[in-house]
Unconditional design. Structure first.
Length: 307
């Protein structure tokens, strides 16, 4: 179901000049209002959803004031001045005008549950729960004008355009930075030694991640993160490096053919062994053995095909 903003209002001296223009995107509803304000006009507003009020254009001599109490209102500017106000959920707001004027403004209503899906814990809850009345931000105002244009003259652009604009405005208005990467805790030395000793003893076969997690009493995901934090590589890659080291020891033996080494290394056949070895070392087992001067025995009958 689409998000529908709810707001209670009490207005005096306010006349809507044009039809309401609005658009709704994921988690945001945008309204563009064009109103005439008579001398002494006033309003009172409260909504269960946070919203942003942005002055787009103003004409006439009347000063427009907005505040969280009738006694603490601040003047709203136009043309890039103090044109933006943010009102958190359930915060009552009052407005009044001293003299006749015309006003076009953009209201953005935020569904914080949907907004939160985009940013997770990157949103500072204290910031979105604090009113900000009559502030200026050129980036926010520029994006707001693009959003208003989409409301007034909806084109055929994909909905992702509006989603991107509202996301960019939210990021700019609330200074949302990059999500900080969590530092994963390393394994204690005894757990790391137990895991690496086990890998070294069984590296010639496939070791399931659950086996290693059970050795340390951790969940698979926790173990994997902690192991990588401790060694710099995930468990599977560490095993492959340990396996490769033992394979090289086998290749250095003069009494073993390449087929014998492949079988002892746990590969299904010599071709598979050759492909994996080449990928990890950059050369074939036969060429590696030849370069190491591994012996003067008669060539393995498969050596010529392993290159």
């Amino acid at each position: 179901m689409a998000f529908r903003p709810r707001m209670q209002t009490r207005l005096e001296g306010v006349t809507v000049v044009d039809d309401l223009r609005y658009r709704d995107w994921h988690g945001v509803v945008a309204d563009v209002w064009n109103v005439s304000l008579a001398r002494g006009a006033r309003g009172e507003y409260v909504s269960p959803d946070p919203r942003m009020f942005i002055v787009l254009d103003k004409s006439g001599a009347g000063d427009i004031r907005l505040g969280t109490t009738p006694e603490t209102t601040r003047e709203l500017g136009g043309a890039g001045g103090q044109a933006i106000s943010y009102i958190p959920a359930d915060v009552r707001i009052w407005s009044r005008v001293e003299d006749d004027c015309r006003l076009r403004h953009l209201d953005l209503h935020f569904d914080m549950a949907a907004i939160g899906e985009r940013f997770d814990e990157a949103i500072d809850r204290a910031v979105v729960e604090t009113p900000r009345i009559a502030f200026s931000d050129e980036r926010v105002l520029s994006i707001a004008r693009l959003i208003a244009a989409e409301c007034l003259h909806p084109g055929e652009l994909h909905g992702l355009y509006g989603d991107s604009l509202t996301t960019a405005l939210f990021v700019a208005a609330f200074q949302i930075g990059r999500k900080k990467e969590r530092k994963h805790v390393q394994l204690p030395p005894w757990q790391l030694r137990r895991a690496t000793d086990y890998i070294l003893s069984h590296c010639m076969r496939t070791i399931r991640l659950q086996e290693l997690a059970d050795l340390t009493g951790l969940s698979q995901s926790h173990f994997c993160r902690a192991f990588k934090a401790s060694t710099g590589v995930p468990p599977h890659q560490w095993q492959m490096q340990a396996r490769l080291s033992k394979v090289k020891d086998l290749l250095a033996r003069r009494d073993l053919s390449l087929t014998d080494v492949a079988v002892a290394s746990g590969f299904s056949d010599q071709a598979h062994f050759t492909r994996v070895f080449r990928r990890m070392v950059g050369t074939t087992p036969a060429m590696w053995r030849r370069n190491r001067g591994a012996g003067n025995r008669a060539p393995d009958r498969h050596d010529e095909y392993a290159q």
